[in-house]
Design a protein around this ligand. Structure first.
Ligand code: SRM
Ligand code: SF4
Length: 572
């Protein structure tokens, strides 16, 4: 880490406060990290900082950002759209700041990724996305593994209009790709789950606003994920994020610590790298959690690696720094110390109580009573997260007519309709079945997660979404499981569908069969998250898709035959 020593006291003759000093140190370290040169520092620290000539020392992505900040590239997008001209490499990268991903070489068109904090949408927003998809894209919408929406095959000429229409209903695409903070996730049952310790919905939305409105958050060393878990029935897989915050209950006053709900903070998750986030050893009050998250991100902005994209995630910084060091840098920015409460070796703490939750089937599917008496939410399964505009419009009608006009997306690529009065539950169930959607748990289909796959993603070795659906059809005909099994299919090691944390993880791979190269998978078992945190281990290498169904069938048969009573697939 190249942190220049600067004579701060001399800066414009000012004496600096600790806070100012630490801010400047971060700023200069960040500049040095990117390859900015410091000349003649001793005489005049501010004016002699110069960009390297023609930004030659910088890697491609950092150079592009410095030549023209991607947030300022909108006129270029308009020019390209007017000429219906394919973007160049530089602008392909820049347009990701508008949430536009050019799918070349797979397809000569854009995919647009939104930002939907906590996955929460009003039906007027949901309807407009359905209309946009119908009129200007593929006529289907995809729910992503960050409780978000994507629409695709947008022609260059239509891109500005798609963005305008998305923004016209108060939604954004800004910063949903590239070196930005990605969609913020929270339990989709925030504010309605009887088990939650705190409603994280408002916090998630407020952080969304902070990020949208601060230019500093549009130039990170790399992508960045943040998740909130308020202690609800089903977790947000927060430990797979760069920052995961999880609510805990401190039942009584302990020394200086008042009783109440606090957040623990975990840092450095990135499951494609087999890394779960690690506990920072502090308790933070809800009213200060956003400030702390912002400080944690600013430390990463200043010190994350900007010269090697493969070593640029927060996880990589934590391979060089201890957690204590990261905490110290965060506290420097905050200007005060956080309450220390390290976890014990077994992962428990004497300060806060364990939040015991009933064991439920996964992924929110089914009918659940809310904390508001007389109201319910229904979780709807959308296998592999695909939905048509027609289904979206019908869902919006259901949510308007029988609930509160709201739809929430989940990281399991499913959705829930909240606030359904008892009297309407049966009507909603029937309406869902009539439109071809499932509200009943299927212990295979409801936990099926698949990344985009080779229909659109250039990295994919296999057609994950189509294969996921075929597998579910095959296995459901043969098994009635009494325990849920999560099957996660990812097309490449990037692990967008987190194959390492599925009960069964399938990682796309090309397999040789009779001299030909066919779609196939490496097979992993035993992954988990939260209390069952575990990185899946590989049990088969390179199984062709043709043989995959029977391979999984045999695995499930073995599990059902040999398991102990009640033993889950993960523990088997
Ligand atoms: Fe992802 C890159 C799709 C969630 C790890 N991901 C991509 C790209 C943009 C490939 C590209 O550069 O062209 C894929 C776009 C394909 C397309 O046309 O849809 C893509 N990622 C997705 C989505 C849509 C998968 C899905 O079907 O749901 C998810 C969008 C989430 C969102 O709404 O923001 C998606 N990607 C994830 C996750 C899960 C998560 O964030 O919770 C991960 C693993 C966690 C993590 O942080 O690493 C993930 N995607 C990656 C990586 C590997 C990053 C790394 O540091 O190793 C890449 C490659 C990269 O960034 O260079 C990647
Ligand atoms: Fe594409 Fe790989 Fe992500 Fe699947 S896991 S969407 S193949 S980048």
């Amino acid at each position: 880490m190249n942190t220049p020593t600067l004579p701060f006291e001399e800066i414009k003759g000012q004496k600096l406060s600790d806070e100012q000093r630490s801010y400047l140190e971060g700023l200069f370290a960040g500049l040095a990290n990117r390859g900015f040169k410091f000349t003649d520092v001793a005489t005049n620290p501010i004016t002699t900082i110069s960009q390297p000539t023609a930004l030659e020392g910088l890697i491609f992505e950092e150079r592009i950002k410095h030549e023209l900040h991607p947030l300022e590239s909108f006129p270029l997008l308009l020019e390209h759209a007017a000429a219906n001209k394919a973007p160049e490499r530089e602008n392909i990268f820049r347009f990701k700041w508008n949430g536009l991903f050019y799918l070349t070489p797979n397809k000569e068109a854009f995919m647009a990724r939104l930002r939907i904090p906590a996955g929460q949408l009003k039906t007027f927003q949901w309807r407009e996305i359905a209309h946009v998809a119908n009129e200007l894209t593929t006529k289907y919408v995809q729910i992503t593994t960050r409780s978000n929406l994507q629409i695709r095959l947008i022609e260059m000429k239509d891109a500005p209009e798609v963005l305008r229409r998305i923004q016209s209903v108060g939604l954004h695409t800004r910063g949903s790709g590239a070196d930005n903070i990605r969609n913020l996730t929270a339990n989709p049952t925030f504010g309605i789950d009887p088990h939650e310790l705190i409603d994280t919905g408002p916090l998630c939305h407020q952080l969304g606003q902070i990020i949208l409105n601060d230019r500093q958050f549009y130039d990170l060393p790399r992508k960045f994920n943040v998740a909130f878990d308020g202690g609800g029935l089903i977790g947000t897989v927060e430990d797979t994020n760069d920052i995961g915050v999880k609510a805990v209950n401190v039942p009584s006053k302990q020394g200086n610590l008042e009783a109440g709900i606090y957040f623990r903070i975990k840092l450095g998750g990135a499951t494609g790298h087999k890394a779960f986030a690690k506990d920072l050893g502090v308790l933070v009050r809800p009213e200060e959690i956003l400030k702390v998250i912002v400080a944690v991100i600013r430390v990463y902005i200043a010190h994350g690696n900007r010269t090697d994209r493969k070593k640029a995630r927060l996880k990589h910084l934590l391979e060089q720094w201890t957690l204590e060091q990261y905490l110290a840098e965060t506290e420097k920015l905050l200007g005060y110390q956080l309450f220390k409460a390290p976890l014990e070796a077994d992962g428990n703490s004497s300060v806060h109580t364990e939040h015991k939750l009933p064991i439920v089937s996964h992924s929110h599917i089914g009918v659940f009573p809310q904390k508001q008496s007389g109201l319910n939410y229904i979780g709807v399964a959308l296998p592999v997260g695909q939905i048509t505009p027609k289904q979206m419009l019908r869902l919006a009608d259901i949510a308007d007519n029988y609930a509160s006009g709201e739809i929430r997306l989940t990281v399991w690529q499913n959705l829930i309709i909240p606030n359904i009065p008892d009297a309407f539950v049966e009507t909603v169930k029937k309406a869902l079945v009539k439109m071809g959607l499932h509200w009943q748990q299927s212990n295979i289909r409801s936990g099926l997660v698949a990344c985009t796959g080779n229909s659109y993603c250039k990295f994919a070795a296999s057609n994950t979404k189509a294969h996921g659906l075929e597998l579910a059809n095959y296995l459901e005909k043969r098994f009635k499981l009494d325990q849920p099994i999560n099957i996660h299919l990812t097309g490449c090691p990037n692990s967008c569908a987190q194959h390492y944390m599925g009960d069964i993880g399938l990682l796309g791979a090309k397999v040789k069969m009779g001299g030909a190269s066919v779609d196939g998978y490496h097979v992993f078992v035993g992954g988990g998250f939260g209390d069952n945190q575990s990185v899946g281990r590989q049990v088969f290498q390179g199984v062709s898709f043709e043989q995959l169904s029977s391979t999984l069938e045999k695995m499930l048969e073995g599990y059902l035959r040999h398991r102990q009573v009640g033993e889950s697939f993960q523990k088997f």
